[in-house]
Write a protein that binds this ligand. Structure first.
Ligand code: ASP
Length: 329
């Protein structure tokens, strides 16, 4: 097993050999890539609620838990927080008033698990992990996912808070209809990527999806390669924003592939967004954000439009950063 010191040295040489030095790529409005300092662990996640999730993930790593535990325990914080209106308990419901969750997890050994359209179970990411560990499958969906969760000892719980019920009732009363482009109140999925002290990578992604979405709608977040991808040799990536566009370009996989071909993490995120702009019709309310964690211990992010923030936790402590972006609103 590579020890930490030799890993850092090897990763540094790799970065030099492939020309991916942090801060070399400046796109429109780009800032230098986040440099975590000389050490790992390193955690990066989407949006400002990522700060609390990162803290839990950091604590898990500090206590000697695995990198997979860290990403799971990290995003569970957002799932349990009714103040986070886009994940787990307290998330926006679908058009029929049901909160339905999408989540996935992927580890350093390439294993992955996922649940889609899961109702009444708060910790979708933990069910996804058990799909990975206890079944030969990758994805369980809907009633089958819920049945599996209950068999595994999860308790059914009402995920619709009074506040969200009120918002949904108002939405219905306003005569609003399901419209993917108009239901963009909810855009704060948590994707969290972690690297442990040995340089091993894992990621998790969990969401209640788009506000008032069509019943049965599944976004990018639980789809391996779209909402999340981890390749322990190369790096990891996660996505947030309009899932339909991310799905059509397999965004997170593309970010990791871009890193495989020599790009730094920020450049890889930007290139994936530029590909999306070529392949998908970009409407004026569309927002997409990517985060990436390169195997060399460098973090990057990019978004289609301003406003996307990402949280980093390194040995230097926590920080919340504005991602560079391509288009103005
Ligand atoms: N990507 C999520 C979805 O489309 C939403 C989000 O990230 O805000 O379900």
């Amino acid at each position: 097993m590579t020890n930490r010191r030799s890993f850092i040295r090897k990763a540094g040489l790799g970065a030099l050999a492939t020309g991916i030095l942090p801060g070399l790529n400046f796109g429109i409005k780009a800032q230098a890539e986040t440099q975590p300092g000389p050490g790992f662990p390193l955690i990066v996640s989407t949006w400002n609620h990522g700060l609390a999730a990162n803290e839990a993930a950091w604590k898990a790593l500090s206590e000697g838990l695995s990198v997979l535990d860290a990403v799971e325990y990290g995003v569970r914080v957002s799932e349990a927080d009714p103040g986070v209106s886009s994940v787990g308990y307290g998330g926006y419901p679908d058009a029929e008033g049901n909160v339905t969750l999408d989540a996935c997890i992927m580890g350093p050994d390439g294993r992955a698990g996922s649940v889609t359209y899961l109702k009444e179970i708060m910790h979708a990411v933990s069910v996804a992990r058990l799909v990975m560990e206890k079944t030969p499958h990758v994805i369980l969906s809907g009633d089958g996912a819920q049945k599996f969760a209950v068999q595994q000892g999860f308790t059914k719980t009402n995920l619709l808070t009074d506040g969200m019920r009120h918002e949904w009732e108002q939405w219905k009363a306003s005569g609003a209809r399901y419209a993917p482009h108009g239901n963009w109140e909810n855009h704060d999925t948590i994707g969290l990527l972690a690297m442990d002290a040995m340089g091993d990578l894992a990621g998790a992604c969990t969401t209640s999806g788009m506000a008032f979405k069509h019943p049965g709608r599944v976004g990018d977040s639980p789809i391996i390669g779209a909402g999340l991808f981890v390749d322990n040799e190369i790096g990891a990536a996660s996505a947030t924003g309009e899932g339909e566009a991310i799905l059509k370009t397999l965004g997170s996989f593309l970010v990791v592939e871009n890193m495989r071909h020599g790009m730094g993490p920020q450049e890889a995120c930007e290139a994936a967004l530029r590909r999306l702009m070529e392949k998908v019709k970009v409407h004026d309310q569309m927002q997409i954000g990517y985060i990436a964690l390169h195997k060399s211990g460098v973090v990057g992010a990019y978004s289609l439009r301003p406003g996307f923030q990402y949280a980093v936790h390194s040995p230097d402590g926590p920080s919340l950063l504005d991602a560079p972006y391509i288009l103005e609103w």
